[in-house]
Design a protein around this ligand. Structure first.
Ligand SMILES: Cc1cc2nc3c(=O)[nH]c(=O)nc-3n(C[C@H](O)[C@H](O)[C@H](O)COP(=O)(O)OP(=O)(O)OC[C@H]3O[C@@H](n4cnc5c(N)ncnc54)[C@H](O)[C@@H]3O)c2cc1C
Length: 158
């Protein structure tokens, strides 16, 4: 493992020696959520990120009710609360003596450091593996089609 890589479950040397059905580059919320969903369906999923987790992330770190509903539907309804999420009721902006308040009922604010790490942990709990590596695309490819069949996802660029 790389120094400081506290959440990685596999060293890159071990990861490349195995066969994977799904490789996900980027273990932010999108990648970790996808890894969780696919691993839950029994696919062999490798999640790769150049960062060591937990990691700091610049973000407003607010989840709206739709985001919370998506988490809930994926069986991750308790995750935000476990990360110390605080309810938010309104958004308030002020400039040069003028101000505006917008109601934002049902949302929460939390730490992205905690949230991203917890999502990765959920993916690992579902069977995904995490390794640290920076992947580079040398030749840009045009992805024409992506489909799902019983055995996995298929990307077509021809
Ligand atoms: C200032 C600011 C405030 C925001 N506030 C909010 C908010 O309040 N609420 C909200 O819902 N959204 C907010 N957003 C948007 C939110 O941060 C993004 O929508 C979210 O982070 C996207 O998640 P993601 O998983 O797609 O990408 P990311 O969270 O960016 O994760 C991508 C991951 O990919 C990894 N990666 C990138 N390139 C490589 C590579 N070549 N090899 C390996 N790994 C790689 C990175 O290390 C990273 O961990 C805000 C954004 C900003 C900038």
């Amino acid at each position: 493992m790389n120094p400081g890589d506290t959440m990685a479950t596999l060293a890159i040397t071990d990861a490349v020696a195995r066969e994977w059905e799904v490789l996900i580059v980027g273990a932010g919320p999108a990648g970790a959520f996808a890894a969780h969903a696919l691993a839950r369906h029994g696919l062999r999923v490798l999640l790769v990120d150049k960062a060591a987790f937990p990691r700091y992330k610049v973000c407003g770190a607010c989840l709206n009710p739709r985001a919370l509903a998506v988490l809930n539907a994926a069986g991750l309804g308790a995750l935000a609360e476990r990360c110390g999420a605080q309810p938010i009721k309104a958004f308030h902006a002020a400039i040069r003596g003028r101000d505006l308040t917008l109601a934002v009922p049902g949302g929460v604010a939390l730490s992205r450091e905690a949230f991203d790490a917890a999502l990765i942990q959920a993916a690992i709990g579902a069977g995904a593996q995490l390794t640290a590596m920076q992947l580079r695309v040398c030749h840009p490819i045009e992805l024409l089609d992506i489909s799902y069949r019983r055995a996995g996802f298929y990307a077509n660029n021809s």
